[in-house]
Design a protein around this ligand. Structure first.
Ligand SMILES: Cc1cc2nc3c(=O)[nH]c(=O)nc-3n(C[C@H](O)[C@H](O)[C@H](O)COP(=O)(O)OP(=O)(O)OC[C@H]3O[C@@H](n4cnc5c(N)ncnc54)[C@H](O)[C@@H]3O)c2cc1C
Ligand SMILES: NC(=O)c1ccc[n+]([C@@H]2O[C@H](COP(=O)([O-])OP(=O)(O)OC[C@H]3O[C@@H](n4cnc5c(N)ncnc54)[C@H](OP(=O)(O)O)[C@@H]3O)[C@@H](O)[C@H]2O)c1
Length: 583
């Protein structure tokens, strides 16, 4: 214990704040001397799509900088991804739908109907009412016993730290309550009755607005609210609202990804619920005494395989080889804590035709890429991730483009945000849509495989608010494109994971660069200074990870310590958090 205390103290003393301001070093390009981007209209009124962690912290940033803000949330409460319910999302379509409609098809009032338009639906079966609400709000993809991927300190808003008594590894329920209490702190929880936020309201479309003279003037949102009026009735209301700019904080786990595998369609059609996506998984009891194949070796796959292994008779986990992926080490961590009764199998080559014998999937044969065969499976869970899609911005999707293809500049058409759904592109600093920087993204790109989103949202929302308030400048369109093409080139010329995911060290640098740039701009154009995350934050995340994945770290060379000293890392991390909740 003496060793632990000394170790913790040395970390506290070494956790120096990052020196500010910090210069943002832009790579030199042909267009370096050109002026900054000139917005076509002043930005005062801002819409935020979504009230998850990202939308809430964006509301905080924009209100503090004096903007007029409206938040629209399709769900009935704040919390986004963390709003756990037993109600599960609708079945993932097989095959995948076009990314522009993969989450929902925009629902609009009848053509020519006056705005606002209201529809009252009476005499419905209670299930129909439930289904209308479910499609509208979209239940979230969290399962009951989900372990968080970070210690609490790496999942918090800096002005609103977790209480001391909260465990270092919060459950999904803790995170949900934490985010919801942050919404209360901001005065925009669903029971606050604050006109700044509209719950049960889905943004159906975001369209460019023009003046009578044909000048671009901002954005018009088409909004749809569903209200249950009785056990057999509900009311649907559509209306529009105008804004100068739009922040997209709609998350990135709406559109499930089901891989194209030969024969999958027949297997999916045999009976509902035998093939599901991880977003529909809730608890292991539903898999008792069954033989289950889970597909995907990132986080959902191994975590769900582990969770069901307590009730299932047998669990197989199909992991495909992806050499040199930036996620390889993270994947090894999750695979390292799989229980013994989970067998890792290869990537699937095909599902052989199912005999029509009423046996469900049991008599079906699955062939792997090494030609080995598996039969006797009762259920299949796809932990194969998600696709990017923003159904309310269909004009910026182009699924006919191949992943690495771009629209020829001389066509005059905007470069899309989304093509096949594997990535998001055309963003400056992963935030500003280069073609029209009055659209901004919070967590548009997942950071470090989706972790660290809380602090990343704080910085991206600050960047958007500062630029739109005139307290920071972004480069000209030409220069933003130059920087974008340069980044693409650095990523090997491909918009793949290597373009989006930078890895821990480069993500950290990127946040510092963002802070440095914004602080430098504040010196010139006014506004508050930001502080970068303290180094100690990363240190505790590292210590925490060691405590969570002991088998993985026992093979690692951990500077200065032997692995066995870390095997009770939970204690170290707990001690650390008790003494350092102020950072
Ligand atoms: C299974 C799973 C587990 C995860 N575990 C962790 C973890 O342990 N730790 C961690 O830090 N991160 C984790 N993540 C990442 C997680 O997404 C972030 O923690 C965080 O929820 C991101 O916040 P967000 O606000 O960007 O998006 P979200 O939380 O997804 O919120 C987006 C909000 O936008 C709303 N919305 C979407 N479309 C519309 C529309 N058209 N109109 C109105 N509202 C709309 C949604 O209803 C939702 O409330 C996990 C993700 C998944 C899928
Ligand atoms: N807190 C938690 O416990 C928890 C639980 C679940 C998820 N999450 C978070 O949720 C987010 C999404 O994670 P995710 O695991 O659902 O998605 P993901 O990280 O996108 O991973 C999907 C995985 O499926 C694999 N895959 C795709 N097609 C396949 C095929 N045909 N055969 C075998 N494997 C295939 C992919 O392989 P390639 O890499 O080769 O493409 C990838 O490894 C992440 O941010 C994660 O951290 C957190």
């Amino acid at each position: 214990m003496i060793f632990h205390a000394a170790f913790v103290l040395s970390l506290i003393l070494s956790s120096t704040a990052v020196q500010l301001p910090f210069r943002y070093n832009e790579p030199e390009t042909a267009d370096s001397s050109s002026s900054s981007y000139q917005f076509k209209w002043p930005i005062r009124k801002v819409a935020i799509v979504g009230a998850g962690a990202g939308g809430l912290v964006t509301y905080r940033e924009f209100t503090r900088q004096g903007f007029q803000v409206r938040v629209f949330e399709r769900d009935s409460v704040p919390g986004g991804n963390w709003h756990y319910t037993e109600e599960v999302p609708i079945d993932a379509p097989i095959p995948n739908l076009d990314p522009s409609i993969a989450d929902f098809r925009p629902s609009l009032p009848p053509e020519g109907a006056p705005w606002p338009y209201e529809q009252r639906l009476d005499g419905l079966e209670p299930k129909v009412v439930r289904d209308i609400k479910k499609e509208h709000r979209a239940p979230k993809p969290i399962f009951d016993r989900l372990n968080t991927t970070n210690p609490k300190q790496a999942q918090q808003f800096r002005e609103y730290p977790w209480p001391d008594y909260a465990p270092i590894s919060p459950t999904r329920n803790h995170v949900q309550r934490y985010i919801r209490s942050y919404a209360s702190y901001l005065g925009i929880n669903s029971n606050d009755d604050n006109p700044d936020i509209s719950y049960n309201t889905r943004v159906e479309r975001v369209d460019k607005r023009y003046t009578q003279d044909g000048e671009e003037a901002g954005w018009t949102l088409i909004l749809r609210q569903v209200t249950q009026t009785g056990s057999n009735s509900c009311k649907i209301r559509w209306w529009t609202e105008d804004f100068d700019a739009v922040v997209v904080a709609s998350g990135r786990y709406g559109a499930p990804n089901i891989p194209r595998i030969q024969g999958i369609q027949q297997w999916a059609n045999i009976q509902p619920n035998l093939l599901i996506h991880s977003r529909q998984y809730r608890r292991p009891e539903a898999f008792a005494n069954q033989s289950v194949l889970v597909i995907g070796g990132s986080v959902s796959g191994p975590e769900i395989a582990q969770d069901i292994s307590v009730t299932a008779s047998k669990v197989y986990l199909s992991v495909r080889a992806s050499e040199g992926s930036i996620l390889t080490e993270s994947r090894k961590r999750y695979l390292s804590r799989l229980p013994q009764n989970v067998s890792i199998v290869q990537e699937i080559k095909s599902f052989h035709p199912l005999p029509d014998d009423g046996e469900g999937l049991r008599s079906g044969v699955i062939e792997f890429v090494d030609s080995t065969l598996l039969r006797g499976i009762d259920r299949i869970i796809f932990g194969t991730g998600y696709r990017y899609g923003f159904p309310f911005l269909p004009q910026f999707h182009s699924s006919s483009l191949r992943p690495n293809e771009t629209i020829p500049t001389k066509s005059g058409k905007p470069q899309p945000l989304v093509t096949d759904g594997t990535h998001i592109r055309s963003l400056h600093l992963d935030i500003f849509y280069i073609e029209e920087p009055t659209i901004g993204f919070i967590n548009g790109k997942c950071v470090n495989n989706g972790i660290d989103t809380f602090s990343f949202s704080e910085y991206t929302s600050s960047a958007l608010a500062k630029v739109w308030a005139g307290h920071a400048r972004i480069p000209s369109t030409r220069k933003m494109w130059d920087l974008h093409w340069k980044r693409l080139e650095d990523a090997g010329g491909s918009y793949g994971k290597s373009f989006l995911l930078l890895g821990d060290i480069r993500e950290r640098e990127r946040i510092r660069q963002l802070v440095g740039w914004l602080n430098q701009e504040a010196v010139e154009y006014g506004g508050h200074q930001l502080s970068a995350p303290a180094e100690s934050r990363y240190e505790i995340a590292r210590i925490w990870a060691i405590s969570q994945f002991p088998a993985y770290f026992s093979n690692q060379n951990i500077t200065g310590f032997t692995a066995s000293e870390f095997l009770n890392g939970n204690q170290i991390a707990e001690a650390w958090s008790l003494s350092r909740d102020d950072w």
